[in-house]
Design a protein. Structure first.
Length: 404
């Protein structure tokens, strides 16, 4: 009884350290654990604060003078408050510029979100197909062990030599080494996945990869102008245009309004208080902001070119990955018909003939190696097709959690 309880406790502890994820859960967990997205949130908070800051007037200045000109005692003789006034439309332009940079930062976060999603999707896919490869190897090892028993019996009957049987041991070791290599790859993937999801438990994935509904290439290309990458630079372009308007609005001197109080001593030793106000203006003789406007025009041109470059690259990438995806999908179909299914039939026939004694061991081993190698190649092709599918989704800016 104690042994059974101990076994149950050990079993529960083993599974308690493993976390299972399906496709959507896996991607969502990566998004929730992303430190980069938190940095984007902090940057967004900065940009929101800049909007508030952009609407504030400059602080006023206060000046007070003391002297002994009033009845031979130290007292204040002059007091002044000065307030810089904004140019016409200056506060609006500053606020609008800050809002556009906030929008650009939001699009930057959206782009980061997609990067995190596709990094997670890529890891899920690698684990998914690596498990398929390990399953194929395990199945081959089972069949090799079964063949070893049969060939051992036939060796005892004198139908097969020990030399022929040694070929099975060699093949078995090759498959074992392949399994070790795949297991090492799996360990590395687990390390990368734990880092991405920010967890320490072992990870198990369940279910299949979910694909979005098929879209025509024209639809994908037409949606690229909604891409966060493109919209980010588009917002920056609009912000630089607002900055140019701001430079033009403030190119001339900004007025300062001041009010003052002055105290003077009269001949009859009485103190007179004088109050007044006025404006101050600097004369823009040397600096008319022409150079600053040239710089801003250059920034506008640079932002416009960058936005067009992003759109051009996205269109090229969508076309390229769409063609590669269709090509590899067709290749998968042809491989299954022309190689996988014939090699399976050839292997099954070889097993049947071997059991009847009409085929030798080496022929059977060659048929087995051909069939399982075909399975590995078939899975590799499917994996490559899924890679191109993910690349296509990525450049088309498809949200794997919302658009599915």
């Amino acid at each position: 009884m104690k042994i059974i309880i101990l076994f149950l406790v050990i079993t529960i502890n083993i599974y308690a350290t493993k976390t299972t994820y399906k496709w959507d859960d896996f991607i969502q967990k990566a998004v929730d654990a992303s430190l980069v997205l938190r940095q984007n949130d902090a940057q967004l908070a900065i940009k929101r604060s800049e909007i508030t800051q952009s609407t504030l007037l400059e602080n006023p200045t206060f000046e007070i003078s003391f002297d002994n000109g009033l009845k031979n005692s130290i007292d204040y003789s002059y007091l002044e408050f000065t307030q810089k006034l904004p140019a016409l439309g200056e506060r609006y332009l500053k606020k609008r510029t800050a809002q556009l940079y906030l929008r650009s930062e939001q699009y930057s976060k959206d782009a980061t979100l997609l990067k995190v999603q596709y990094r997670a999707a890529s890891l899920f896919q690698e684990i998914y197909f690596l498990k398929k490869q390990i399953d194929i190897v395990n199945q081959q090892l089972i069949e090799i062990k079964d063949l070893q028993k049969k060939s051992k019996n036939r060796e005892e009957l004198g139908e097969i030599s020990s030399f022929e049987n040694s070929r099975i041991d060699i093949l078995k070791q090759q498959v074992v080494m392949r399994k070790k290599k795949l297991q090492n790859s799996y360990i590395k993937l687990m390390f990368d996945t734990q880092s991405l999801l920010n967890i320490d438990n072992e990870i198990l994935i369940l279910g299949d990869i979910i694909k979005f509904k098929k879209e025509e290439i024209e639809v994908l290309i037409s949606s690229l102008k909604k891409s966060p990458q493109y919209l980010k630079y588009k917002a920056e372009l609009e912000a630089t245009k607002q900055e140019l308007k701001l430079v033009k609005a403030t190119r001339y001197a900004l007025p300062e309004l001041y009010v003052y109080s002055e105290r003077d001593l009269n001949l009859n030793n009485s103190v007179d208080n004088t109050y007044g106000f006025g404006f101050r203006l600097s004369i823009p003789l040397w600096d008319t902001k022409e150079t600053k406007m040239e710089i801003q025009n250059a920034k506008i041109q640079k932002s416009a070119i960058k936005a067009q470059e992003i759109l051009y690259k996205l269109k090229r990438s969508v076309n390229g990955y769409h063609k590669l995806y269709k090509s590899t999908t067709l290749q998968v179909k042809n491989y299954k018909i022309n190689l996988l299914e014939p090699s399976k039939k050839y292997y099954e026939t070889s097993v049947f003939l071997f059991e009847l004694g009409e085929s030798n061991l080496l022929e059977l081993l060659d048929a087995q190696a051909l069939y399982f190698q075909s399975q590995h190649e078939y899975q590799n092709l499917i994996s490559q097709s899924h890679i191109y599918w993910l690349k296509l989704c990525s450049v088309a800016n498809i949200n794997l959690l919302k658009d599915n």
